[in-house]
Write a protein that binds this ligand. Structure first.
Ligand SMILES: Cc1cc2nc3c(=O)[nH]c(=O)nc-3n(C[C@H](O)[C@H](O)[C@H](O)COP(=O)(O)OP(=O)(O)OC[C@H]3O[C@@H](n4cnc5c(N)ncnc54)[C@H](O)[C@@H]3O)c2cc1C
Length: 415
């Protein structure tokens, strides 16, 4: 691979945005025989070795299979991969939890946790090895012009404008995607009015690889088990409370978190930087336009509560690669709207029910008051009494071939 800027003026496909979804797409499409150029706004050093951003990504079995095929999984150090054996969901205080276990027939965990920056680094390293991929750091798209057989992407880099012709442009530039806006594609935006603070905490009481999702009055706490007797804390709060916590000294912060978690993890210690994300979810009105496809968060920016965002991003790029490859085999134009609509239909079918279901659950669980509290408890109790609910969720996480339809039904049940 060459990391020179714009060694080619022509590519089969231009991917705008070199985040995890864009890089995964570039790898899959390159392995399918296409020449791919990836445009990323970050400088090369940041792109190649991103720093910790607080996110721990819970990966399904299918995602692991896709990351293995992309050559990225093997690049994640074993001590950066944490096993997720069970998940425990609680609402309020002193109520019976809802447990999710891996099926006893399989000697497999429910899933795996890997830090987002580790995934980005591994995907970048894997993309860099491929001759069919040209990586262009520090690049910003100025405009995209329509031609007869190609689109022309005008890119500005260090004050210089270049032009790259491509039969297909992929927007993978995150949930506020400039590519989506430039194409005039609107989006459903759901603002939960809350912030999510994420960081790593060491603690005395072992987590036993069990994830905790706790919907408490006024706050939602997740503790995701990572290696080294530590957990990733995910705390959802109103914005003003988040900034207060963000500015606390580490010792005072740890004491606050110990009180919030009722001391159930014993002594706690802050062992990472703290990061804050606004809780805004996005669903693009369309994922396809002539010579344009949207993937990753640019298409569907999920609420992190059900840990689907990147898993769906990986799935979307897989579907797009399948449709574009089939089109090429049939001699069709890979940027034709008819081809991209097939990707859109399949990806909407997978994502729309999950987006709606997740937002419904998230709204219910972030609203305080007596009625939402009662509904939450009733929901958990009902879910517990329905073994198929738990087995559907578990199957979705552990079976690499499982279609998300089962999970879709499951996501609706406890409401
Ligand atoms: C707290 C938190 C926890 C999460 N937990 C999970 C989880 O457990 N499981 C899960 O599956 N998902 C999870 N997610 C979601 C997951 O992080 C996202 O879905 C995923 O990172 C999206 O990847 P992406 O490549 O689409 O977008 P991004 O990661 O946003 O990447 C977009 C890239 O495009 C670049 N870019 C933007 N604009 C331009 C431009 N104009 N030109 C060039 N480049 C541009 C950016 O620099 C960036 O590199 C979580 C998210 C959060 C916030």
């Amino acid at each position: 691979m060459s990391t020179e800027l714009y060694p080619e003026e022509r590519s089969d496909i231009v991917v705008i945005g070199g985040g995890p979804a864009g890089l995964a797409a570039a790898i899959s499409l390159s392995d399918a025989g296409f020449r791919v150029t990836v445009l990323e706004q970050a400088p090369e050093a940041v792109w190649e070795a991103p720093s910790f951003d607080g996110r721990e990504i819970a990966l399904t079995h299918h995602s692991r299979t896709l990351l293995e095929a992309a050559g990225a999984w093997e690049r994640v150090a074993p001590d950066a991969i944490s096993l997720l054996k069970e998940a425990r969901v609680e609402t309020g205080r002193g109520h019976h939890p809802l447990m999710f276990h891996a099926p006893s027939s399989q000697d497999e965990p429910l899933g795996w946790l890997v830090s987002n920056h580790e995934l980005r680094r591994a995907l970048f390293a894997s993309a860099r090895e491929r001759n069919g991929i040209t990586l262009c750091p520090q690049s910003r798209v100025a405009t995209v012009r329509r031609g007869q057989d190609a689109d022309y992407v005008h890119v500005v880099s260090s004050g210089e404008t270049r032009r790259i012709a491509a039969r297909l442009v992929i927007g993978a530039d995150g949930r506020f995607s400039p590519t989506r806006r430039r194409a005039g594609i609107g989006a459903i935006v759901h603002d939960f009015g809350r912030m999510m603070m994420v960081c790593r905490m060491a603690h005395d009481v072992p987590h036993d690889n069990v994830a905790l999702q706790w919907f408490d009055e006024g706050q939602t706490i997740a503790m995701l088990p990572v290696q080294g007797q530590a957990s990733s804390l995910v705390l959802t709060l109103p914005p003003e409370e988040t900034s207060r916590l963000l500015n606390m000294e580490p010792e005072a912060f740890a004491a606050d978190i110990m009180a919030r978690t009722d001391g159930r993890f014993g002594e706690m210690r802050l062992i990472s930087t703290r990061h804050v994300y606004p809780l805004k979810c996005v669903y693009a009105h369309r994922f396809a336009a002539p010579r344009l496809a949207l993937i990753g968060d640019a298409a569907v920016g999920m609420h992190p509560i059900t840990a689907h965002g990147f898993n769906l991003g990986l799935r979307g790029q897989e579907t797009l690669t399948q449709e574009v490859s089939r089109a090429a085999e049939r001699g069709e134009d890979i940027g034709a709207l008819s081809v991209l609509r097939r990707f859109e239909r399949r990806h909407r079918h997978v994502t729309m029910p999950l987006f709606a279901g997740t937002n419904g659950i998230a709204s219910l669980y972030t609203r305080d008051g007596l009625l939402p509290g009662l509904v939450r408890r009733a929901g958990l109790r009902a879910a517990e009494m329905m073994p198929f609910f738990r087995s559907a969720v578990t199957r979705m996480l552990t079976d690499p071939e499982e279609t998300p339809a089962a999970h879709t039904r499951a996501a609706r049940l406890p409401r």
